[in-house]
Design a protein around this ligand. Structure first.
Ligand SMILES: [Zn+2]
Length: 237
């Protein structure tokens, strides 16, 4: 009985290679933990993920409006042929909330040591459509956001950023189609005082969803608020 409960709380197999875990190991065996493909991109205020995201924002920027550079951080590189993809996937599709918290906490600890994230005061998870969240039972972005808010001593605001309509899954769409698919999908329910908002999602692919959230937050809070992004994984170009 205790073992069954423990299996639910903490899977005893390595998420990546399936090897049986020892008592001291959490979610990953020592071998997979040693090879974790961390991006280290949180260490640089300007990094390839942030540059890609800012380029996308720039294309959508209303003419004549100024924009603050959005900082970006992701814990891991994601590649569909790399078994480490099982870390974000186990949170998103496998219901492994414990693993999600574990890796998000690690990202939070990394980010908390960086000057460019020091003034983050608000954390907003990318919302799921209520129907999808009801079926899944949780929002994976919120699991990550909660850990980041704690690490950065910022306020977690769930339910403020909302999806105003349901969208097709982005998985099979190309970059341009993704931008169109999520345009005008998000809205901020009400404005609130903030200096630096961190938008959080599970994986950064083209950045289309995060850009749509960015535009919603920016139009509600104004251009003086800095908006940055953080995800568990970033797809390797
Ligand atoms: Zn392993």
């Amino acid at each position: 009985m205790i073992r069954e409960v423990m299996d639910l709380v903490m899977p005893r197999e390595c998420l990546v290679c399936g090897r049986q875990l020892g008592l001291q190991e959490q979610h990953l065996c020592i071998w997979c933990a040693a090879d974790l493909p961390e991006t280290h991109n949180w260490e640089q205020a300007h990094n390839p993920m942030a540059d890609q995201f800012n380029a996308l924002l720039e294309r959508q920027r209303p003419e004549g409006e100024n924009m603050q550079y959005a900082f970006a951080a992701a814990l891991l590189f994601y590649h569909h042929e790399n078994p480490y993809k099982l870390i974000p996937r186990s949170l998103k599709y496998g219901g492994n909330i414990q693993a999600g918290r574990f890796f998000a906490k690690r990202l939070g600890a990394h980010m908390a040591r960086q000057a460019h994230f020091a003034d983050v005061d608000t954390v907003l998870p990318v919302p799921l459509h209520w129907w999808r969240q009801w079926r899944r039972g949780y929002n994976q972005a919120e699991v990550i956001a909660a850990q980041l808010a704690q690490a950065l001593h910022a306020q977690l605001r769930t339910g403020d950023l909302v999806r105003v309509r349901r969208t097709r899954s982005q998985t099979r769409l190309d970059a341009e189609a993704r931008v169109k698919n999520v345009q005008g999908v998000f809205a901020l329910r009400h404005a609130f005082p903030a200096k630096h908002v961190l938008l959080v999602d599970d994986t950064f692919t083209t950045g289309a969803t995060l850009a749509a959230c960015y535009n919603a937050v920016r139009s509600a809070l104004g251009p003086s608020v800095r908006i940055s992004i953080a995800t568990l994984a970033v797809v390797q170009a």
